[in-house]
Design a protein around this ligand. Structure first.
Ligand code: ADP
Length: 437
């Protein structure tokens, strides 16, 4: 049979009453003093009440613990919400397009790049934005739990764009709706750079092969059939000399182009006086001008300040432009070099225009935008005959870019062309005529 055990509370009251009676009896019987009996009574009451207070204290402590845990949980939720919001802001701002998909390939989320680039609208299916079978197959694979795949993807349009589409499996948290994501990384610039590099190597090889073939052919002829033919020998040696010089010029231009590119990110800081600079360029091409019966004139606006630049590189710019103006100008013709303060709104500070004008046949509009590309020539045969490497204007463009300047090409067919280089003016006082940096 189950024994009835009294609860601590039921026991404590009769025990307390009996215990309180004890000091009273002792005092009454004279066994103790009144004060001692009172202390005894208080002690007994305290002893009886102690377990109850302990219970209350435990309940209070438990309640306080729950409140603290609730506060900590709320803080954790707030922090998680903040992190989610921050992640959403970052995703939205990313230049890569990102779409998140649910198990039915519906778009759950699409960042700004995805909305603008692919027209991805949350709530619609991926198929409405992308029809590429490889990407769709990759998404199906990811939804089936298979591994991440990379798919090359081309977006057609007036300017074709190339992407690496990375399909990701999102097996995180059962409560999340997104099951897969596709990230589109724009690699158009990389692909273009690859093509430019490949074209450049092909062009350099071609440019070097032509004179090399000529030289090798003439050497063979001189060693064989023309061994004892004095007039032929002299003629062939002259051609070989010209071809060898062309190769030397080409290699020199290539080296200077790579040197300029290597320093392009650091703008020069020297103050360069214009008069001696322009004078040197005009003088160095005096013989070429004379050979064509052409005249080179220089006009400088009075009191021009120096420009900020690298004197050697600016010398090269002027030499290339004046050389072209002589080569492609009339024979006999006139090449005009002018320097003046630039009067154009939109320039960041005071600037100087240096213009080189010729009276040649001019350049048709479609060619104008491509003239500064490496090896771009309107008439390759003519350029080669005149000793050109096809790199002169590319060098000019890169030097001007390093100087944080501008190159403007204007041309009217039948009338001639004007190549204008705009350079930042140095803050220093005007350099007296004849002074050089
Ligand atoms: P090149 O060594 O062929 O002269 P450049 O890079 O200096 O190479 O010039 C590229 C092309 O631009 C030239 O082949 C020529 O067709 C054209 N060009 C350059 N300057 C002039 C000019 N002043 N007048 C007409 N055409 C020019």
């Amino acid at each position: 049979m189950k024994s009835e055990r009294p609860t601590p509370r039921a026991v404590s009251l009769p025990v307390a009453a009996a215990a309180l009676a004890l000091p009273a009896v002792l005092w009454h019987g004279g066994a103790t003093t009144g004060a001692a009996a009172a202390i005894m009574a208080v002690a007994i009451v305290a002893l009886v009440l102690a377990p109850r207070r302990a219970l209350a204290d435990a309940a209070v402590r438990r309640a306080m613990g729950i409140a603290q845990a609730e506060r900590q949980a709320a803080a954790r939720i707030r922090a998680a919400e903040d992190e989610t919001r921050a992640a959403a802001v970052v995703l939205e701002a990313l230049p890569d397009a990102i779409v998140e998909l649910d198990a039915e390939r519906r778009i759950v989320r699409a960042n700004r790049a995805a909305r603008e680039l692919l027209g991805a609208v949350p709530g619609t299916t991926l198929l409405s934005a992308i029809r590429d079978p490889d990407i769709l197959a990759g998404v199906d694979d990811a939804l089936a739990g298979r591994d991440t795949v990379n798919v090359p993807f081309v977006l057609p349009g007036p300017v074709e764009r190339h992407f690496d589409a990375i399909v990701l499996r999102l097996d995180i948290g059962a409560g999340l709706r997104s099951r897969a994501a596709v990230l589109f990384r724009d690699v158009t610039a990389l692909r273009r750079a690859d093509r430019v590099r490949a074209d450049f190597v092909a062009n350099v090889s071609h440019e070097l092969r032509t004179p090399l073939t000529a030289v090798a052919g003439f050497v063979e002829t001189l060693l064989g059939p023309a061994r004892d033919d004095e007039p032929a020998r002299l003629r062939f040696l002259a051609i070989m000399d010209a071809e060898a010089k062309r190769m030397t010029r080409l290699v020199a231009d290539l080296l200077s182009l790579s040197r300029i590119e290597a320093t392009e990110h650091t703008a020069p800081t020297d103050a360069v006086a214009l008069e001696p600079l322009i004078g040197r360029a005009a003088d160095s091409l005096g013989a070429a001008a004379k050979a064509k019966g052409s005249k080179v004139t220089v006009t400088l606006e009075p009191g021009l300040p120096p420009v900020v630049g690298d004197a050697d590189q600016l010398q090269q710019v002027l030499q290339n432009l004046v050389d072209n103006a002589i080569k492609y100008g009339r024979s006999p013709g006139e090449v005009r070099i002018q320097a003046r303060r630039a009067d154009r709104p939109g320039l960041p500070g005071p600037a100087i225009d240096i213009a080189v004008a010729d009276d040649g046949e001019g350049i048709a509009r479609p060619h104008l935008v491509r003239l500064t590309e490496r090896f771009y020539r309107i008439d390759a045969g003519r350029s080669r005959r005149l000793g050109g490497t096809g790199l002169g204007l590319a060098i000019v463009k890169h030097i001007v870019k390093r100087h944080r300047g501008q190159l403007t090409i204007e041309s009217e067919q039948g009338k001639g062309s004007v190549f204008t280089v705009t350079l930042p003016a140095a803050a220093a006082a005007p350099v007296p005529p004849g002074a050089s940096q």
